[in-house]
Ligand binder design. Sequence first.
Ligand code: NAP
Length: 287
Amino acid sequence: MTAQLIDGIALSRQLRADVAARAAALAARGHKPGLAVLLVGDDPASQVYVRNKVRACEESGLHSLLERHPATLTEAALLARIEQLNADPAIHGILVQLPLPAHIDAHKVIETISPAKDVDGFHVASAGALMVGQPGFRPCTPYGCMKMLESIGCDPRGKHAVVIGRSNIVGKPMAMLLLQASATVTICHSATPDLAAFTRQADIVVAAVGKRNVLTAEMVKPGAVVIDVGMNRDDAGKLCGDVDFTGVREVAGWITPVPGGVGPMTITMLLVNTIEAAERAAAGAAG
Ligand code: NAP
């Protein structure tokens, strides 16, 4: 069996068209949606990420404010700037690109962002809302993975989902979203003794580790849906995921490629969260 591809670029295109229509409708009512992106320092990967996010905003008709700050910016100055943006009615989403320089406490920074503008979904209030099943912003990468499952008609209800990785930004929220969708969820991590014993039982596997070939063909149940969140480089320097794509695609039923899978969906869900934040603000202003 050769797996069918879950095309993150095509799905992103559809979802971004919807975002653009909603942005145009809001702008016509005098509420142009706005995202502030704050970059501290000159980490090359972060520069690429913020550029892509700003470009995606512009293509979808969202106003974006990109602020580049030197690595010497103090924590107090960054917190003060976030407070200003919290109070700015033209800004509906605030994103602080991680990682931050070592002298800045990332937790403090995230907790300073108003939960109403927390379009990355990293604030404790957003994590808590997800945990208890209340509305709130979902972290973009796992939210995008759920959209990918939906796009292929894969309802997680009653399925066994195995999430590899337990970070706060991917693994844990991914597991919560799958649980909320009534999957039976197993979370594996670096201390899991026999990863294959779990993944072989999985109807859905989400790999979010950051190491090549964490999931190989003999670890996958025939027909399973495999979502590859990982972003790594192969020996030739080419972007690749956590999954041995060539081998696993012969066993799985569905698989996401890297690149062209989860990556574009992450940015798309940032736009979706931002438009939702702007719609809520506009509804609040109207009410
Ligand atoms: P992270 O914070 O480093 O977490 C990695 C997780 O993998 C940890 O929970 C770790 O376990 C677990 N792990 C490490 N080695 C393992 C092994 N051999 N077997 C099983 N689990 C193992 O990384 P992250 O931020 O979640 O990101 C994961 C990957 O996704 C990275 O490649 C990142 O670049 C990528 N990513 C991609 C996107 C996208 O848009 N495509 C977005 C975000 C992240 P412990 O907790 O026990 O250490």
